[in-house]
Design a protein around this ligand. Sequence first.
Ligand code: PLP
Length: 432
Amino acid sequence: MLYYSTRNSRKKVSVRMAVELGLATDGGLFIPEELRPLSTPFWESLHTYSYPDIVWNMMYPFFGDGLSAASFQRVVDRVCTIPIHLVAVEDRWIAELFHGPTLAFKDIGASWMAGLLGEYQQHEDQELHILVATSGDTGGAVAAAFHQVDGIRVHILYPKGKVSELQERQIAGLGGNIQSLAIDGTFDDCQTLVKKAFLDPALRQVLRMTSANSINVARWIPQSISYIESYRQCTHYPEKRSFVVPCGNLGNLSAGLFAEALGLPIGSWVASTNENDSFVQFLHHGHSESKPLVSTLAHAMDVGNPNNLDRVSILQCSTWNISPKPMRGYCISDSDIQNCIQTVYNNHGYILDPHTATAWSALDMDHKMNLHPHQTILMATAHPSKFIELMNRILGLSGNTPHAKQSGPYNHHQLLPQNYPMFKDYLLSWRQ
Ligand SMILES: *Cc1c(COP(=O)(O)O)cnc(C)c1O
């Protein structure tokens, strides 16, 4: 399977090239050249398949090129170590996508990307360096996914003193092939250092470098697995299900549309945002005006210009001759998030994290509009214990910080000023 850029459909590259580049050289996002529904026999016997078999069938057309069957199976098995649990609460299903090492759904895509690059590296002598700038969450997911993957060294830049203690433990607690750099500056400073490094020809000559950005096809496409796996757990083909998705950069939602293009029977789509509602405006008016970003309780969704918007548009239009189902969007305020968390906990004893609470509230609003979607699955994107202080405050509880897998000492980090020549010297020290 080849991939093309959203900005130029004629220039196509191999999957390995798309993964190692991340972003197309013209600045566009990669899309697979062909997207066909999986076979009817696959859908009809879905409930008899194991989780790894589903993943294999879904992902092979997109990532199988250049890998032996044994290699591909290792990538599949790796992502399947993160289970997806479906629980019924009130009249809806909740798909818990947060049982990975950093307690958020981003672990799924990060784990696929790490497995895939690890297999590519088996036939390479030169180490591959992954550079990541993080404001907190992504760094942890990337660190956990790539830890101990042979032939790969990860350099995570985070703003010193500006990430939570749990996040710092997840980024800097592993050591080994994960280098964590506490930068004396802001997230933007971290991002600037990484961008400069990628554009530096002298570095490029001596180091193989790539990014593990969330727009990478190796992180984006595997997120579609969670839709088909949660569908399998609660129904039989060809019955339809509706999905509610908490949205930030629209990676998760566009992965859902991808699953639909593979043949997943959809009733309708409901998107939830926090007060940063540019996508809801886009759904209502076909465009959105840029507004200043506000900081909300669902902070992983604090996004002004969702960077997967082009993918959503392409998947929604008829490029692939699919007829997409209705999509509705709702903007959820911080006070709605708090009320929702309290009400669901009081009525059902179930604790929603702030991101998933936007999805619950959006579905309630959808019901109020007298829209009666098919039975609905809510995508739960983070474990509430990830935000323990906030949850305790909202619910009046006194839980403890979770004992995450990487809750070891976090003394592996190295301090660096926001100074490009010093960062470059640091990177050059890894030259082989
Ligand atoms: C990243 C994230 C989101 C938003 O997902 P997108 O793919 O960026 O739309 C929602 N919830 C949590 C917990 C996240 O970490």
